[in-house]
Structure formats: structure tokens, C-alpha cells
Write a protein that binds this ligand. Structure first.
Ligand code: MLT
Ligand code: ZN
Length: 468
């Protein structure tokens, strides 16, 4: 687009939204033009803040007329570059469309605008005596629209599943500016293809999510949190099996000693256990009273006696439970300063130990001097492998190194029947590796579907897959 065209576009947008909702200053473009990934620099044309569905439709109409791409944007907590605007795009921020529109106790649901922050929805559900169970460390800033666009998972997937399980209605503005009202909050609706599920996890390439109806559930009775020192991966997996046979787990997370060390050094907190172990498990469990809890604690004690668990610490109150959770939830933010090459892979739960073993061989051989931090939602087979950039290495060079290892890594993931992205999505960072998880036929169908919803190819182009 020439300078004259850009000026006309910006004029049209400013008269639609007013100057305060069409920002073009460098600081705003830098702030809103990127998510949590740090591998490329943002370079959007403008940041737009619509306040209604009609304004979203008008923005899309202008984008089509001027043939300028649009990046739908939520809390920008994504980790795959799905919300990056690095090529002269319009960033369409849903930040001002953040209202809770309706609470329906009989249907156990909440309807909200896409820009509602996850924690605000969780709080609104709590006020109804219910719970929105999708939860993660970024719930204070992530937005519902972004969660849906990435089918966000989080820390309680083992118990409640992913975002997809909780979306009963969606309003979406497509690339033609059409408003789709999908499934309308119904529990049962067998009337042909369910387009709602195409939109969930579509990473902004098919439409702009503007409203959602979310299902809620009853909160668990009593809960407890424990951190266990573990001698090995197989020990972690057999513990998971035993615990699941005797209790209801809300979360079963793991992290390596290096991950713990980074968090402890950053926050100056005490080690949870006196003995350092190769791995730790953080588990949260639901129980119906002291007797039920005692069964679980006895199980952990007998595992310590048998040497399959090294040591354990259990929360006695909410404050302790929070402190234990922080050891796990603070890992991502703590290691961000090393510009980590993040991987978000999954395999079947039983396939986890051998997958980790094979990956450690690859990374150890290729990059014996890189620090590798493991953590993740191991109870559902989702592992976060983070390779830290050595301080002395430039970002570009580090990325080049990591890309080489990625191909080998993803081949191993593929061989294990797993996925190259369990929860962060494909975005920009994983698109060249999509074929390790999806067949050529599937990708061809995805491209065809993209063209149906977005014939002018203005919605988040270059994300998930290229069109040629
Ligand atoms: C997590 O599990 O902490 C999040 O997915 C973020 C991350 O992987 O770094
Ligand atoms: Zn995660």
C-alpha cells in the first residue's frame, strides 16, 4: 500500500472510531503489535479498539476495500506469534469489548464479549456459585476471545478438558464481514456441521470472535495441593496411575530441577523439599473430607517408604497451596529472560517417558551446552520443552540452531503419535512444521476452508499455514 492509500485508510478508520480508538503512535504499535513471543519485531499500521460488533464489521469492510490484513488481538499472552503484527497489519483489539452480557444460572452459563478477561469471567461465575474451570497462569490478562481462538488448555485439563469443552455459543465476524451466531448456547443441537468447532482453535484466520457463551460447572468440594520429589520419569507415570485409581485429580504437573532452581533464584523462595530431585510433581486433588484426603496422603507416604517418591510437602491451607502453585506457574515468566525456544508437544500419557528420553538424547547430542528446562501438564501428556538462549548468543543465531533441532524433535514427536502443539497453537513459530502433525490432505482442506470464510485473505494472513 502506498503512503496516500495508508493515509486514506487511517482517515477512514479515525472517522469511524475517533482518534482515541485508532492509535498510530510507535509505543502503542510496539505494545499491541506483539504477543509474548520475542522472535520478530512488531510493525502494524494502526491499533483499533472497536466497541461493538457493528464497528468490527465496519473495520473488516474497510480492510477489504483497502486490501489490508487484520490481526485479531486479545490479551496477547500467546506463545506462538499468532497475534504478531509484523507486516503492516491493522491490529483489531477486543480490549474494549469486555463486558459480561448475561448470566444464566438455570443453563449454568455466562455470555460475554470476546475481550472479557479470563479472571473476570471466573469471578462472575463464582458470584453465581459456579465455576469457569479453564485456568492458567495468564488468566489475569488473557481474554476469552483469545482463549477460544487458541483453544487454550491450562492446568486443569486432566479434570475439565480444554476451552472447546466449555463453549456453547459463539458470535463471529468472518472475513466477509458477515456475523455468524453459532450454536446459540444450546446444550443439544444436531443440525448439521457445527461451525462453532471450526472457529475454536482457528487462531484468527477464519473470523473475529466477538461474543461467547461459556458453560460453567459446580466448584470442587475441598481441595489440596502437594509437591513431590520424584526420582525418574517412569516413577512419575506410575504415581499418576496409582493416584488416579484412588482419587480425583484436578491437576498433575511436573517440572525439572533446573526449572525449580530458576524460579527459586528469581523469587528468593525456599526449596519446597530439602533433597534436590531430578523432577517434581505438583498435584491438586479434590476430596470430600478428611477421611478421603487421608487415603491419598497414605498412598503418598507408602510411595515414599517404597522409594518411588523421594519426599513430599502438602499444603495445610490456601496460602500454602498458592505458594506451591507459584513454583510451577512462575516458570514460564521466569525463564522468559533467556528468550527460550519454546516447545509445546504432546503424546499419549503412557508414551511420555520414552518421548522425553528420545528428546533428551537429541538435544544433548546437538547442543550439550544449552540449558534445557522441562515442565508441563504431564497428566494429560503435554510437555513444555524450553531451550534457553545462552547469554552470549544473538537471537537470530540461536533461532537458527533451534530450527535445526526442531525437525529432528518433531519427527520423534510424530513417530510417537503425538502433536507438535498441544496448547499454544501454530501461529508463526510452528507453521513450517505443521506437516509433522497434520497430513497434506488435512492442510489442503484447511486452506480451502480459509478461502470460504475469508475470500480476500485479510484475516491473520501468514499464520498457521501459508496459502501456497
Ligand atoms: C505453562 O504451562 O506454563 C504455559 O503453557 C506457558 C509456557 O509453556 O511457558
Ligand atoms: Zn502450558
Amino acid at each position: 500500500m502506498g503512503n496516500g492509500q495508508i493515509a486514506s485508510l487511517l482517515n477512514a478508520l479515525a472517522s469511524l472510531l475517533g482518534d482515541s480508538r485508532c492509535l498510530t503512535d510507535e509505543a502503542s504499535k510496539h505494545h499491541f503489535g506483539r504477543d509474548w513471543t520475542r522472535f520478530c519485531e512488531p510493525d502494524p499500521v494502526a491499533i483499533l479498539f472497536p466497541e461493538s460488533i457493528t464497528e468490527v464489521q465496519q473495520i473488516i469492510a474497510l480492510a477489504r476495500r483497502f486490501e489490508v490484513p487484520v490481526v485479531p488481538s486479545g490479551g496477547r499472552t500467546g506463545l506462538s506469534g499468532g497475534a504478531m503484527a509484523a507486516q503492516g497489519e491493522l491490529v483489531l483489539s477486543l480490549e474494549r469489548m469486555n463486558r459480561i452480557l448475561a448470566s444464566d444460572t438455570a443453563s449454568k452459563s455466562i455470555t460475554c464479549q470476546a475481550g472479557a478477561v479470563t479472571a473476570a469471567v471466573q469471578e462472575a461465575a463464582k458470584q453465581m456459585g459456579l465455576m469457569y474451570p479453564v485456568d492458567f497462569a495468564s488468566s489475569g490478562s488473557s481474554q476469552i476471545g483469545g482463549n477460544i481462538a487458541t483453544n487454550a488448555g491450562g492446568i486443569q485439563v486432566i479434570r475439565y478438558g480444554m476451552t472447546r469443552n466449555w463453549v456453547s455459543g459463539l458470535k463471529v465476524v468472518t472475513g466477509t464481514g458477515e456475523l455468524l451466531d453459532l450454536n446459540k448456547g444450546l446444550m443439544k443441537n444436531n443440525t448439521g456441521l457445527d461451525l462453532r468447532h471450526l472457529m475454536i482453535g482457528s487462531e484468527g484466520i477464519l473470523g473475529v470472535i466477538v461474543e461467547a457463551t461459556l458453560q460453567l460447572c459446580s466448584p470442587p468440594q475441598d481441595t489440596g495441593v502437594a509437591v513431590l520429589g520424584m526420582p525418574s520419569m517412569p516413577a512419575i507415570m506410575s504415581l499418576l496411575e496409582r493416584l488416579q485409581a484412588h482419587s480425583t485429580l484436578l491437576a498433575f504437573e511436573f517440572f525439572s530441577d533446573l526449572a525449580l532452581e530458576k524460579v527459586i533464584n528469581r523469587h528468593g523462595v525456599e526449596r519446597p523439599l530439602t533433597t534436590a530431585c531430578p523432577f517434581y510433581v505438583l498435584l491438586e486433588y479434590e476430596h470430600s473430607g478428611p477421611e478421603a484426603e487421608a487415603v491419598l496422603l497414605e498412598l503418598i507416604e507408602s510411595a515414599i517408604d517404597a522409594g518411588t517418591v523421594v519426599d513430599a510437602v502438602c499444603s495445610q491451607n490456601m496460602a500454602q497451596a498458592r505458594a506451591l502453585w507459584r513454583l510451577r506457574e512462575d516458570i514460564s515468566e521466569t525463564i522468559a529472560e533467556w528468550t527460550p525456544y519454546k516447545n509445546d508437544i504432546s503424546t499419549s500419557v503412557s508414551g511420555v517417558p520414552s518421548l522425553i528420553e528420545r528428546i533428551e538424547v537429541i538435544v544433548g547430542q546437538r547442543y550439550p551446552h544449552f540449558e534445557v528446562v522441562w515442565y508441563g501438564h504431564i497428566g494429560d501428556g503435554n510437555l513444555h520443552l524450553n531451550i534457553l538462549k545462552p547469554d552470549s548468543m544473538a537471537v537470530d543465531e540461536f533461532q537458527r540452531h533451534c530450527k535445526i533441532v526442531s525437525a529432528e524433535l518433531f519427527q520423534v514427536v510424530k513417530d510417537s503419535g503425538g502433536s507438535i502443539s498441544a496448547e499454544h497453537g501454530v501461529g508463526l513459530l510452528k507453521k513450517e512444521f505443521l506437516h509433522y502433525s497434520r497430513s497434506a490432505e488435512e492442510i489442503a482442506l484447511m486452506r480451502a476452508i480459509k478461502r470460504l470464510f475469508d475470500p480476500d485473505l485479510i484475516l491473520n494472513p501468514g499464520k498457521v499455514f501459508d496459502l501456497h
